[in-house]
Structure formats: structure tokens, C-alpha cells
Design a protein around this ligand. Structure first.
Ligand SMILES: C[S@@+](CC[C@H](N)C(=O)[O-])C[C@H]1O[C@@H](n2cnc3c(N)ncnc32)[C@H](O)[C@@H]1O
Length: 232
């Protein structure tokens, strides 16, 4: 079954998608996390940026408000969340496109993006979907491009571990276990990336968010130990 039929919507149930932005604004430090993710990406004038799992486009809209010049494209599997994204993009006045895709093959040619950013998406994907999506992201990135990920990671203490059970009960254990075990860096490596740096960590009421910069080119590994995670 393709991910278009088999995906976890933004707040687990389709009927809750319309409330996603309101819930996020109330319970999640989204501006702090999104800004840290955008900062980690070191986006330059002329870059072409893909947001993977764009959702309601909050990250991409903020990115376009901070850096006006890059071309930004968002993809997602959920037509309902993309309908909300298009309304928000129009209202915000930023220029960007969002596209629906089938959850397996990204509709872009090889090496066509300088940056891929993604926030709170990988924990919605089961182990095989995570690896398939990361291989696709690697394919569409330029050789000197980079991936920047914000997602649930290894809890920084037992309170964070307990809090994360709420996310696991909502989104499921199959898709979230590798996150909470701190396995995302190894999964980046399995997908063909060559180095990773953890650039920030944010404790929230639902657990610990970790922000990673992930590189696919050996020449960039002088800044980042190959799969020895560097903490900020
Ligand atoms: C928790 S929401 C995060 C949305 C957005 N990135 C944000 O920061 O608010 C997870 C998103 O992942 C999307 N998603 C689920 N499966 C996906 C897949 N296979 N490929 C791309 N996006 C997917 C969902 O439709 C949803 O929009």
C-alpha cells in the first residue's frame, strides 16, 4: 500500500487536522524549534529548498519571512493538510508552492535542491518508510547539499521519557520507537548520508526535540565527524 493511503495525519486523526495549528501554538514551542531548525540550515540567497512533510506550511512560511530569496517547495502526502497550507500561504503573501506526492518517490529530479528541511515528520513514518524517504531526500539533494531535521529524539532525562509516552500513544509505537531510542543518526547513515551534527536540543512538555544537520558529501565531513555525533 502506498503512503498516500497509509499515512498518519498531522494530529493522528483526519478530523483533527483543522485544529493542528491551534494545538501546536498552545502546547509546543514551535517558534523556538522552527527558528533553530532554520538557523541550522544556513540558507543562502539563490538556494532551492524543499520542505519534506510540509503540513500546514508554518515552517516554510517562517523560512520565507526570514530569508526572502530562496525558492521553497513543500511536499506532503495529505491533501487536507495541503489545502490548509495553500490558504495560509496565500494569506501570508509569501511566494512558494506545495505539492502532494505518493509517499514513496519524490516528484523531483536528482540533485535538484540545496537544502531539505523537515520538522516532526520522521516520527510519523515506520522504519521502512523512514529509510525510503531519507534515500529519496538524499537523491534529490545536490552533492554539497544538506538535510536539516527537527524531530523527537533520545529523551534528555526520565521526565522527558515519560512525557513522550503521550506522543507514542497518539502516533503509535512502530513509528516512534527508533526516535526515542536515539537511532535517527544511524538511520541517516543507513540511507547513505555521511555525517551528522546535532545542532540543538529543546525539551518540551511531550519530550525532547533534537535538531540535526545531515550531510551526504565526504568533503563536508571535516566539519562533522562521520557519524560521531557532535553536540552543540
Ligand atoms: C506532525 S505533522 C508536521 C507538519 C509540519 N512539518 C510542521 O512542522 O508542522 C506531520 C506531517 O507529516 C506528513 N506525512 C506523513 N507521512 C508522510 C510521508 N510519507 N511523506 C511526507 N509527509 C508525510 C503528514 O501529512 C503531516 O503533515
Amino acid at each position: 500500500m502506498s503512503a498516500t493511503q497509509n499515512y498518519i495525519p498531522a494530529l493522528r486523526y483526519r478530523w483533527l487536522t483543522r485544529w493542528y495549528d491551534l494545538v501546536m501554538a498552545k502546547v509546543f514551542p514551535e517558534v523556538r524549534v522552527r527558528r533553530a531548525l532554520i538557523d541550522s540550515a544556513n540558507i543562502q540567497k539563490g538556494h532551492r529548498v524543499l520542505e519534506f512533510g510540509v503540513g500546514t506550511a508554518s515552517l516554510s512560511i517562517l523560512l520565507k519571512q526570514i530569508h526572502r530569496l530562496p525558492e521553497v517547495i513543500g511536499v506532503d502526502v495529505d491533501p487536507e493538510v495541503l489545502r490548509i497550507a495553500r490558504q495560509k500561504i496565500e494569506k501570508s503573501g509569501v511566494l512558494m508552492e506545495v505539492e502532494q506526492y505518493d509517499g514513496s518517490v519524490l516528484p523531483f529530479s536528482d540533485h535538484s535542491f540545496d537544502r531539505v528541511v523537515t520538522c516532526l515528520v520522521l516520527h510519523h513514518l515506520d522504519p521502512e518508510q523512514k529509510r525510503q524517504s531519507l534515500r529519496e531526500i538524499r537523491r534529490v539533494l545536490k552533492l554539497d547539499g544538506s538535510l536539516h531535521v527537527a524531530d523527537w529524539g533520545k529523551p534528555s532525562n526520565w521526565r522527558m521519557r515519560l512525557a513522550f509516552y503521550v506522543v507514542q500513544l497518539l502516533d503509535g509505537f512502530k513509528t516512534t520507537t527508533e526516535n526515542v531510542q536515539g537511532q535517527l543518526p544511524q538511520i541517516f547513515q543507513e540511507a547513505g548520508f555521511l555525517s551528522v551534527k546535532e545542532s540543538a536540543k529543546v525539551d518540551t512538555v511531550f519530550g525532547t526535540m533534537r535538531i540535526y544537520s545531515v550531510y551526504g558529501d565526504k568533503s563536508l565531513t571535516h566539519q562533522n565527524h562521520p557519524f560521531n555525533i557532535q553536540n552543540n
